[in-house]
Design a protein around this ligand. Structure first.
Ligand SMILES: [Cu+2]
Length: 128
């Protein structure tokens, strides 16, 4: 009696766990592939700060793609990388770097600057 009732119960349980783990794997796979597509779609650029100037002072970026900017401050003093139009502001200590993420952009020209040296640290982004 006890054998005949416990066997189907075990079967049902193992069927449930198979379904559960298959679902977890399926959802995990979708999440991973979505993240991979996003990473692939991101446009990455580099810019340096040297002698309180941007190099290059002009960045050309694609329309409608997430942007990742790696900013290297090669000066010994800190700089604040900032843009009202692109919506970021980040202090980068001397001799270090930072990553700025910008949402997909519409075509146009966007100014950026180094707030601590606004007389020389000026640049712009052209999105086309
Ligand atoms: Cu600021």
């Amino acid at each position: 009696m006890s054998i005949s009732t416990s066997a189907p119960r075990k079967l049902r349980r193992s069927a449930f766990f198979s379904f559960f783990f298959a679902s977890v794997l399926a959802v995990g796979g979708v999440v991973l592939s979505t993240a991979a597509v996003r990473a692939e779609d991101t446009h990455e650029v580099e810019i340096s700060i040297k002698d309180h100037k941007f190099d290059p002072p002009k960045l050309t970026l694609p329309v409608g793609k997430p942007i990742k900017i790696l900013v290297k401050n090669l000066d010994a003093t800190p700089e604040e990388f900032e843009s009202y139009e692109l919506g970021f502001e980040k202090i980068i200590p001397g001799n270090s770097s930072a990553t700025i993420r910008v949402k997909p952009l519409k075509p146009g020209t966007y100014m950026f600057f180094g707030e601590f040296h606004q007389d020389t640290a000026l640049g712009h982004v052209v999105v086309e």
